[in-house]
Write a protein that binds this ligand. Structure first.
Ligand code: SF4
Length: 634
């Protein structure tokens, strides 16, 4: 018997499928999840889920999921109160930072942060309160080259996504969405969307060294040699320059003629042997891309996790540009995020541009990008003595000892730390090194809105899920965990009513910051309005208040004008299957450009250097053997 049905977006991957959750009442007055299946009425996923979707029940009921904080004593984790846990953190990190400085604390942000509302809103404050330069994240393992290429070309992390539902021709490189369900392209039922391209007479091609699961459903699989994507894309660019199809965006692009000269050496015949794809196939690809009524090129982890990751990512969008399909219906398009885009402050041409190399790591001099060092740098920063050595770590989500390169070295480095605190629900390979574990509630006990991933949606969507199940007495809401930890690193009270007051102050401060950011966003509807007035206009607290502000001040919001119509939290709560805000709009360029020139910038010193390097290696023999891994996240 079913007593209640709840609806929730699945947070386990980037697809964001809607779930229908059946619950029954138990004799003790609590509820139990009986069944989870796809929500047929979900405006985005329309009933699709993968086998992982139903596992939220098992995650929630997993006896290993910690339901209260744990502190390590005599080598054993013991459950403690939240106040005791935060006091333990304060007692350790206060003296440590006083003696060794704030860089002595390193921070690792794992992948779950991108899928959790509380960390998405409050991690920024946590990082500010720790104030260490030693920041690492899972993003540096796979997607950073795409974020860098978008920042270079468009002036912000505005990553174009393939318009899967309207394109006639999809060329995918290094992507395996049948296994991963899509990445940097939020599209529930990606395989179904591929099938529908084929059903409407379109063509889908995958370029991958391996005959992947996705290759099995595509019209054509091109088994390129590993690391060959940049050569192939440069050859396609050379051929497409000859077809002169750019159209409208030519006047909004700088560096076109020089780029044409740069790719001139990449004839199909020149690169064929290097990449293991014959010249006729490359020419056919270029002809088909140019002739298709609409076409989109999409590159994922195979294009970013390789020697020329950033250049490959640039070339994907250059090819889209050259076929006339960038920022065009059926091509590679820009999502309009309902909560606004942090990257669209100011007006086109007012951006500061993208700069690299402003901060170098202490030991190997590796560049920080977006304020983060690659995780490969993390162990040496822990191991190497000297000023700025990491002596303590804060991990929020993720399991770097299991998921990152050279895990044995990270494991040993974490074992040498003086102190570690982890926001994580499990004792695992990483958190076993922690002194304090602060467990967030299960996904079914958290509210949800895909702040990060809906930025890459193939439709404009807004979808909020309230918590399905209540917290247990020993649990703490995830946003509050982050706020309390922030207060500790800021030197505020770690326990008692003062600690909660400090967390409330952080919440108010964050709300003002979200409203302030909105007043500076050119796509916001409250430009120039008073921030205090905006914050005061919502009676909510915590993540829901921040989300209400972000939604109502965003491009689809009501602007806190009850008569104006538009998205609000009240409206989303009344629409548990989500609100469809329509197909992606074309012609968002030049409005979204935040480069210094106000144009799409194809070249800069980094890309020029990479093109030089690529040119120098055209005629090198392909390596006799390359060991490569196939990731589920692609
Ligand atoms: S595809 Fe992703 S979002 Fe959808 S049910 Fe599976 S894990 Fe959840």
């Amino acid at each position: 018997m079913v007593d209640r049905v709840a609806f929730r977006t699945c947070p386990l991957c980037e697809a964001g499928c809607g779930l229908e959750i059946e619950l029954t009442n138990k004799p003790d007055g609590t509820e139990e999840v009986k069944r989870i299946r796809g929500d047929q009425a979900d405006v985005f996923s329309a009933g699709f889920i993968c086998p992982k979707g139903s596992t939220l029940k098992h995650l929630h009921e997993d006896p290993d999921w910690l339901r209260q904080p744990h502190v390590k004593r005599d080598g054993q984790f013991v459950p403690v109160s939240w106040d005791e846990a935060f006091e333990t953190v304060a007692a350790a990190v206060g003296p440590l930072m006083k003696e060794h400085g704030r860089d002595a604390v390193g921070v690792y942000l794992g992948n779950p942060n991108a899928h959790s509302l509380g960390p998405m809103f409050y991690n920024k404050g946590l990082l500010k309160s720790i104030a260490s330069r030693n920041l690492f994240s899972a993003s540096t393992v796979d997607q950073r080259p795409k974020e860098v290429s978008a920042s270079m070309m468009f002036g912000s992390v505005a990553v174009p996504v393939p318009d899967l539902d309207r394109t006639d021709y999809l060329l995918m490189l290094g992507a395996n969405p049948v296994a991963s369900n899509g990445s940097l392209c939020t599209a529930p039922d990606f395989p179904g969307r591929i099938k529908r391209i084929q059903e409407r007479g379109g063509k889908v091609i995958v370029v991958d060294p391996r005959r992947s699961e996705t290759a099995g459903i595509c019209d054509q699989h091109i088994a390129i040699l590993p690391n060959g994507d940049s050569y192939l894309l440069a050859a396609l660019a050379k051929l497409l320059f000859e077809k002169d199809q750019i159209g409208r965006l030519a006047e909004h692009t700088s560096g076109l003629e020089e780029f044409r000269e740069r790719v001139a050496p990449f004839t199909p015949e020149t690169v064929a042997e290097r990449i293991g794809v014959d010249a006729a196939t490359i020419r056919t690809l270029a002809d088909e891309l140019a002739a298709a009524p609409t076409a989109a090129v999409y590159g994922r982890i195979g294009t970013t996790c390789q020697e020329f990751g950033t250049l490959s990512s640039v070339l994907v969008d250059v090819v889209n540009l050259l076929t006339g399909n960038l920022d065009r219906v059926g091509g590679a398009m820009f999502t309009t995020h309902a909560t606004g885009q942090a990257s669209t402050k100011g007006e086109p041409g007012s951006g500061r541009g993208f700069r690299m190399g402003r901060t170098a790591s202490r030991v190997s001099g590796t560049n920080a990008i977006f304020g983060e060092f690659p995780v490969t740098v993390m162990p040496e920063e822990i191991e190497t003595p000297g000023e700025g050595q990491i002596r303590a770590m804060v991990t929020v989500g993720g399991n770097p000892v299991s998921s990152n390169p050279n895990t044995a070295r990270i494991d040993a480095a974490f074992g040498s730390l003086q102190f570690m605190v982890s926001v994580d629900p499990y004792i695992n390979e990483t958190t076993r090194h922690a002194d304090v574990i602060l467990p967030p509630p299960s996904p079914l006990q958290k509210s949800h809105y895909d702040l990060a991933l809906l930025q890459f949606g193939v439709r404009n969507i807004a979808n909020y899920s309230p918590p399905v199940l209540p917290l247990e007495a020993t649990q703490m809401e995830e946003g509050q965990i982050i706020r309390r930890l922030t207060a500790v690193f800021a030197g505020e009270a770690a326990s008692g009513p003062e600690a909660n007051a400090a967390a409330d102050a952080i919440d108010d401060f964050t709300a003002a910051a979200v409203a302030g950011a909105a007043t500076r966003d050119s796509f916001s509807n409250i430009a120039g309005r008073d921030t205090e007035e905006i914050v005061a206009a919502t009676e909510r607290k915590g993540s829901e208040r921040l989300l209400d502000i972000a939604l109502r001040t965003g491009p689809f919001g009501d602007g806190f004008d009850g008569d104006a119509g538009g998205i609000t939290m009240d409206q989303l709560e009344a629409h548990p299957h989500g609100v469809d805000l329509g197909a992606l709009d074309g012609e968002r360029i030049p409005g979204i450009l935040r480069t210094q020139s106000g144009t799409i910038e194809l070249l800069n010193e980094h890309i020029e250097a990479e093109l030089d390097r690529l040119t120098e290696t055209i005629s090198e023999d392909a390596p006799a053997m390359i060991l490569f891994f196939s990731f589920a996240l692609s």
